[in-house]
Design a protein around this ligand. Sequence first.
Ligand SMILES: NC(=O)c1ccc[n+]([C@@H]2O[C@H](COP(=O)([O-])OP(=O)(O)OC[C@H]3O[C@@H](n4cnc5c(N)ncnc54)[C@H](OP(=O)(O)O)[C@@H]3O)[C@@H](O)[C@H]2O)c1
Length: 327
Amino acid sequence: MSFLACRVFNEPQIHHQLVEMETDELSKGDTLIKVDYSSINYKDALAASGRGAILKSFPLNAGIDLAGTVVETTGPGLKEGDTVIVNGSGLGESFDGGLAQYARVDSQFVMKQPEQYSSRDAMIIGTAGFTAALAIHRMEVNGQTPDQGPIVVTGASGGVGSFAVNLLSKKGYDTVAITSQSSMHDYLKDLGATEVKNLSELELSDKPLAKGVYGGLIDNIGGETLSRLMANIDLWGNIACIGLAQSPKLQATVLPLILRGVSLLGVSSTNCPMPLREQLWYEFGKKSPLPDFDKILSKEIALKDVSPYFEELIDNKHRGRLIVNCQ
Ligand SMILES: NC(=O)c1ccc[n+]([C@@H]2O[C@H](COP(=O)([O-])OP(=O)(O)OC[C@H]3O[C@@H](n4cnc5c(N)ncnc54)[C@H](OP(=O)(O)O)[C@@H]3O)[C@@H](O)[C@H]2O)c1
């Protein structure tokens, strides 16, 4: 069966191309899925443009997220017609990804789609929303509570940031959203941010310890901002370290950790163990009210039109989530 895919090649240099391919050419696995929706994450943009070393082999279909319908399977607990989600776990990194009309994956990475939300909503969540939920989970398991003070969220208007602000506010946390785009203030307030600040106007201390004004931090950008904001986290606050949109560098001292009990928590959505992954995806369906999917969705794109959006994401010309209708 032939189908359309956004495939990444490494010759003469890394680039992507929309190609017609056969299901026989897909990576090995016991479950063939017709992909209904996928999404574009920062990582997909790095992979498809070659700006980041994301793919483990070439050629490979891009896309770290998919929601679709099982076409063939010999996997335990799955049957033809099941609606399913795959995110991370090597999808679009080690084996062919979700930016295609079909994907073949191993059933150990396949989750049943929760009934409380649609495949389309699942891809509005995607890796971005899942990662925000994973970060909040890690912080709360480590004792974070709303009465410790506001959670500061960097890269707030992006996919992870938008979900972080929205999920935190629905849980009763005050949030301070940090954005590099002044035009995003109303959007972030609408998602539930208590306060919105421009990244360029943020007062960052040079000292290893400064006034503890934030209860915790969800960081999507790394670099100087993360390094210096650490000094402002109050007693026993948690820092969830997610991204590197500004820089992968971290230059900090141990003082917030050893004098304030601040914890620096790593968040890796790709490697999240399956039981916790399933728990967090099912919890999205139990949230009351559900996250503001319609507000966070910025655009639905057809698979054939994805190309320009990779650069747009890297150049920070977007907000919220981009989903891809694959059929
Ligand atoms: N650890 C994990 O498992 C995991 C999972 C998902 C994503 N990530 C990482 O987390 C980050 C966010 O991912 P995403 O999918 O939400 O991407 P995204 O939608 O592109 O959001 C990134 C946001 O960061 C800010 N930003 C972009 N370039 C910047 C720069 N040069 N300096 C400062 N801020 C900048 C922008 O927010 P403002 O315009 O509001 O400033 C942008 O919207 C990425 O680095 C991604 O690789 C990690």
